[in-house]
Design a protein around this ligand. Structure first.
Ligand code: CDV
Length: 316
């Protein structure tokens, strides 16, 4: 039985450092309206969709750093997005930077939430794979300070049953790691939604610059195919405060094929009908984990070589 969910990838062009949250939220609502006109059930926004991507800069002033984070969700600036979604009857996935005080101390996370068609937050994910470094790199044209500004996410990779399917979230660098998809795949995920801020130039690895677009799609297409799931990857792209970022936002079927893709480097909506039932044949045949995975053998090798530990040890 087909289970169509119409998904919109809402790609964002650059967000100027000085653009107020209200204006950014107005851009997000405009794209939500476009998505609704195209029949969408869910609109997927990018990573840290409310501000310029500040981990590209060294920031010492605590108040300045905090100004890129949300203390509450929804808050005064983001409430209109929730109101618009409820009014239009459309779900959304939003990436933002979160200030959390729930443990009694201030913690910073790179976060994504899933909101249903009634405007209720049904899921939250905090980025696990933080790229970059904690220290300033002199000579680099821009920095990559996610390890300095964020804590590693502490919520794992959950999957939620909502809006007609099993939904999962990931954020940017997570998409390059097979574990991201597999942990959700083991829970039966049918639609993985993620956003990314990916510069065209990697100062730590410039020899791979011309492969950036290829690696972007390669990671997401293999994650989709090897876990029999739809994947939606959404960029913040174009030149933002001097940093050039890739676009290529796309919607990928469980076959690994791209079925819709943005073609600009600006605010743009791409839509696809995602029949969640297409996951079934992959999950029940070639990637039937219960039947075909050989976890006892993976364990054996890891035990012998120590490759399962981050430090590893000499093979026995
Ligand atoms: N925001 C990211 O996680 N960006 C990384 C870059 C820095 C390599 C990415 O994996 O796209």
């Amino acid at each position: 039985m087909p289970r169509p969910v119409i998904v919109a990838a809402a790609q964002m062009g650059p967000i100027p450092k000085t653009q107020p949250r209200q204006e950014v939220v107005a851009r997000l609502i405009q794209m939500m309206e476009r998505a609704k006109k195209m029949g969408a059930d869910i609109v997927v926004y990018t990573e840290a969709a409310l501000t310029a991507f500040f981990p590209h800069w060294w920031i010492e002033d605590e108040a300045e750093l905090d100004s890129y984070f949300e203390r509450e969700m929804p808050g005064p600036a983001t409430q209109p997005l929730f109101d618009a979604a409820r009014k239009m009857g459309i779900g959304f996935k939003l990436g933002y930077c979160e200030l959390d005080f729930s443990t009694g101390k201030k913690r910073r996370f790179n976060t994504a939430i899933l909101v249903d068609k009634q405007g209720r937050i049904v899921g939250k994910y905090r980025k696990v794979h933080l790229p970059g470094v904690t220290d300033y790199k002199p000579g680099y044209p821009f920095q990559n300070l996610e390890k300095r500004y964020f804590e590693v996410g502490d919520l794992g990779f959950p999957v939620w049953e909502t809006m007609g399917g099993k939904m999962g979230l990931a954020i940017c660098n997570d998409r390059r790691w097979p574990e991201t998809y597999r942990v959700m795949g083991l829970q039966g995920v049918e639609l993985v939604m993620l956003g990314y801020n990916t510069p065209t130039h990697n100062p730590a690895m410039p020899e791979t610059d011309d492969l950036g677009n290829f690696h972007n799609h390669l990671s997401m297409q293999s994650g989709a195919y090897q876990n029999g799931t739809w994947v939606v990857g959404v960029a913040k792209c174009g030149v933002e405060e001097g940093v050039d970022q890739i676009g290529q936002s796309c919607i990928i079927a469980p076959s690994g094929e791209i079925v819709a893709q943005c073609t600009t480097l600006d605010d743009e909506v791409a839509v696809a009908v995602c029949d969640l039932d297409r996951c079934k044949s992959y999950k029940e045949s070639i990637f039937n984990f219960a039947k075909h995975r050989r976890t006892e053998h993976y364990g054996l090798i890891l035990e012998r070589t120590g490759a399962g530990s981050p430090l590893g040890k000499a093979p026995v």
